[in-house]
Write a protein that binds this ligand. Structure first.
Ligand SMILES: Cc1cc2nc3c(=O)[nH]c(=O)nc-3n(C[C@H](O)[C@H](O)[C@H](O)COP(=O)(O)OP(=O)(O)OC[C@H]3O[C@@H](n4cnc5c(N)ncnc54)[C@H](O)[C@@H]3O)c2cc1C
Length: 551
C-alpha cells in the first residue's frame, strides 16, 4: 500500500500538501550493470501515443537510447543476469518487468531493420586509440571513442572478435550471428579490429604503446586456474574455458559418456550443459552449498532440469587414471565453517569422508586470471591489475572488464564506456559525466493501484528433450511484438512523469498545464498560484514524480 503523502501543517493546524515535480532515479537503472537508461528507453515505447510516435519510430528511439550506453542489446538481452529486474519496484507487487526480454526484442528488431549506431561527433580528432582485446569491454571503449571522432584500432589475438562472448558462452545461449551483427555495427563506425594479432607475440606491447595516444587494456582473464591435484595433467582433463572454446570453434572433443565438472560459476554450468548436450551423464562437483554458487541461479535451475547432477559440499582431491585414461575422481566431503570476519563461510574437509566418483572426463572450471606473460611492465597485485575506480592505470593507459576482476559482460561494457568518457573529457578539456548514482525511488512511492495486476511475460521455452537434441538451438525464443508492447505497458516509470494525466484530471485548481511538445518526463508544467494544496495530485501520481514540497 502506498502511504498518503506527508502533509506540512500550517498555522491553523490543517495539513497542506504543496506539490513539486521531482525526477528521482529509477531502481532498474540504478541496478543495471551496463548503465542503460531503462526507464527512458521503455518510456519511448510505452508513451509513444502521448509523444506522437508510431511504433517503429518509438522502437528506433528506444534502441538509440539503449545503445547510447550499451552497443550489445541483443547479446545482453540473452545472457545478462538482469540485476535490473531485481531492482524493479513491481517485483514487490505482481512481478518485475521482464526487462531482459524487452531488451532482446528491441536488439533483434534493430538487427532485422539494419539500424546503425549513432555518431556523437563526426569531427575527426587527432589522437588515436589502441585497444588490446576485442571482448565486450575493449569493444565498448572502441565504440564510445569512435562515435566521438577518434581513430580506434583494436588488437585481438583470436581469429574472431567477441572475447568470452564468442569463445566461452555456448552458442545455444548466444547465437554467434547475433554477436557478429552487433560487433559489425561497431566496425561500421570506422573501428579497425585486427584479429589474429596477439600483442606480445605478433606485435610487441611497447610498439602498441608507442603507436597510440591512449591505450585501453581489455584482455580479460584468459588463463584458467587448475585444480592443483594429482592426476590433473594428461588427456581426459580440460579446463572449462578450454572445453567451451573447443566446442564453440567446432572442434570435436572426446569426453566419453560420464563427465564431472568441478566449480560453481557460470563457466562450470555452461561446460556442464554443453557436455550434457553432447550426450554425456554430467555431475557438477562444488565445495560449498547452492547458496554460495556464483553462477546465474536460473542457469543452475535449467541445468538441473536437464538432468545434470549436483554434488554439493564436495571437493576434488585426486584424478584416477587407468593406463593413462581418466576413470575416476576422488572427492572429499566438505562442511562450511561459521562465518569469518568477512562474513564468508569457508569449506573445510569433513574428516574421513572421502569417496570416488567414476568418470571419463574431468572439466575444471574453478576460475580464471589475466595472462600477463606477454605484456611487460604492468603492475599487478595477486595477478589482477590495479586501477582507479574509473579504470585509469597511468596517464595514458586504462583498463577494464574481467582484467580488473571476474564479472559479467554488462560491467565490462560499463568499464569501457566510463574510461572513454574520461579520456574524451581529458583530451578535449571537458567535464566527464557524473558516475554517481543516488538512492533510487522505492516501491512505497509507486501507486500500484493505477495499473491492473498482471504477471510478467514469459518467453516460451523448448521442452528439455528437444533442447538437448538440438545443442546449438536457443531454448528460449524472443518475445513477440504483442508481448513486447504489453510488457512495456506494465512500466510505472518510477520517479519520472509518464504523462498519465492523473494529476491534471484530479486537480480542481487547474494548476497543471499540458506542454506543447510532450516527451517522456515532460508532459505538464505546474503553477502553484491557484493551488489549494489538497495533495490529491501527489496521492494519485503513479510514478512518485510528484512529492510534497519542503516548507
Ligand atoms: C563460460 C563463460 C560464461 C559466461 N556467461 C556469462 C553470462 O551469462 N552473462 C554475463 O553477463 N557474463 C558472462 N560471462 C562473463 C563475461 O563473458 C565476461 O565478463 C566478459 O566477456 C569480460 O569481457 P572482457 O572484454 O573484459 O574480456 P574477454 O571477453 O575475455 O575478452 C578479452 C579479449 O582479449 C583478447 N586478448 C587477451 N590477451 C590478448 C593479447 N595479448 N593480445 C590481443 N588480444 C588479447 C582475448 O583473446 C579476448 O578476445 C561468462 C564468462 C565465461 C567464461
Amino acid at each position: 500500500m502506498r502511504p498518503t503523502a506527508q502533509g506540512i501543517t500550517d498555522g491553523s493546524g490543517l495539513p497542506r500538501y504543496r506539490p513539486q515535480q521531482t525526477e528521482q532515479p529509477a531502481p532498474c537503472e540504478a541496478a543495471c550493470a551496463s548503465g542503460s537508461e531503462i526507464r527512458s528507453w521503455i518510456g519511448h515505447v510505452a508513451q509513444r501515443d502521448r509523444t506522437g510516435l508510431d511504433a517503429p519510430e518509438a522502437y528506433a528511439k528506444a534502441w538509440r537510447t539503449l545503445t547510447d550506453a550499451n552497443p550489445f542489446p541483443s547479446v545482453l538481452g540473452r545472457i545478462c543476469p538482469h540485476p535490473c529486474e531485481f531492482g524493479c519496484n513491481r517485483s514487490e507487487n505482481d512481478g518485475a518487468l521482464a526487462i531482459n526480454a524487452l531488451e532482446r526484442f528491441l536488439g533483434d528488431w534493430a538487427i532485422d531493420q539494419g539500424l546503425g549506431l549513432d555518431m556523437l561527433d563526426s569531427e575527426p580528432k587527432a589522437e588515436t586509440m589502441g585497444v588490446i582485446g576485442a571482448g565486450p569491454s575493449g569493444l565498448s571503449f572502441a565504440y564510445q571513442m569512435a562515435r566521438r571522432g577518434y581513430a580506434v584500432t583494436v588488437y585481438e589475438s583470436r581469429p574472431m572478435a567477441g572475447g568470452m562472448l564468442r569463445y566461452g558462452v555456448p552458442d545455444y545461449r548466444l547465437p554467434p550471428d547475433v554477436l557478429t551483427a552487433e560487433i559489425d555495427r561497431i566496425r561500421e563506425l570506422g573501428v579497425e579490429i585486427r584479429t589474429g594479432t596477439a600483442i606480445g607475440a605478433d606485435i610487441s606491447f611497447e610498439e602498441v604503446r608507442c603507436a597510440h595516444d591512449v591505450l585501453y587494456l581489455g584482455i580479460g582473464a584468459q588463463m584458467p586456474r587448475l585444480l592443483g591435484i594429482p592426476g590433473e595433467n594428461g588427456p581426459g582433463v580440460f579446463t572449462g574455458t578450454e572445453y567451451l572454446s573447443h566446442v564453440n570453434e567446432g572442434h570435436p572433443v572426446d569426453i566419453g559418456t560420464r563427465v564431472i565438472v568441478v566449480g560453481g560459476g557460470n563457466t562450470a554450468i555452461d561446460a556442464a550443459r554443453v557436455a550434457r548436450r553432447a550426450g554425456a551423464e554430467v555431475v557438477i562437483v562444488y565445495r560449498r552449498t547452492r547458496t554460495e554458487m556464483p553462477a546465474i541461479p536460473a542457469e543452475v535451475d535449467e541445468a538441473l532440469d536437464e538432468g545434470i547432477g549436483l554434488e554439493l559440499l564436495t571437493g576434488p582431491i585426486e584424478i584416477i587414471r587407468t593406463e593413462g585414461k581418466v576413470t575416476g575422481l576422488v572427492t572429499q566431503r566438505m562442511r562450511l565453517t561459521e562465518p569469518g570476519p568477512d562474513g564468508r563461510r569457508r569449506p573445510e574437509p569433513e574428516p574421513g569422508a572421502i569417496f570416488e566418483m567414476a568418470t571419463d572426463t574431468v572439466i575444471a572450471a574453478v576460475s580464471q586470471q589475466p595472462d600477463w606473460s606477454a605484456l611487460d611492465g604492468i603492475q599487478v597485485q595477486d595477478g589482477w591489475i590495479t586501477t582507479s575506480d574509473l579504470g585509469l592505470v597511468d596517464g595514458a593507459m586504462w583498463a577494464g572488464g574481467d582484467v580488473r576482476g571476474l564479472d559479467i559482460a554488462g560491467s565490462a561494457i560499463t568499464h569501457g564506456r566510463r574510461a572513454a568518457e574520461q579520456v574524451h573529457a581529458k583530451l578535449r578539456g571537458l567535464t566527464a559525466p557524473d558516475t554517481d548514482r543516488s538512492t533510487p525511488i522505492g516501491a512505497e512511492r509507486v501507486n500500484f493501484e493505477f495499473k491492473e495486476t498482471t504477471t510478467p511475460v514469459h518467453a516460451p521455452h523448448l521442452p528439455v528433450e528437444v533442447a538437448l537434441q538440438n545443442p546449438t538451438v536457443e531454448p528460449t525464443a524472443t518475445i513477440t511484438e504483442a508481448e513486447f508492447l504489453a510488457e512495456v505497458d506494465r512500466c510505472f516509470s518510477c520517479g519520472l512523469c509518464m504523462g498519465c494525466q492523473q494529476c491534471w484530471m484530479y486537480c480542481t485548481s487547474m494548476s497543471f498545464t499540458k506542454v506543447a511538445d510532450p516527451k517522456p518526463g515532460s508532459y505538464y508544467t505546474l503553477s502553484l498560484d491557484a493551488c489549494e494544496e489538497c495533495g490529491k495530485c501527489i496521492e494519485v501520481c503513479p510514478c512518485g514524480y510528484l512529492e510534497v514540497a519542503p516548507p
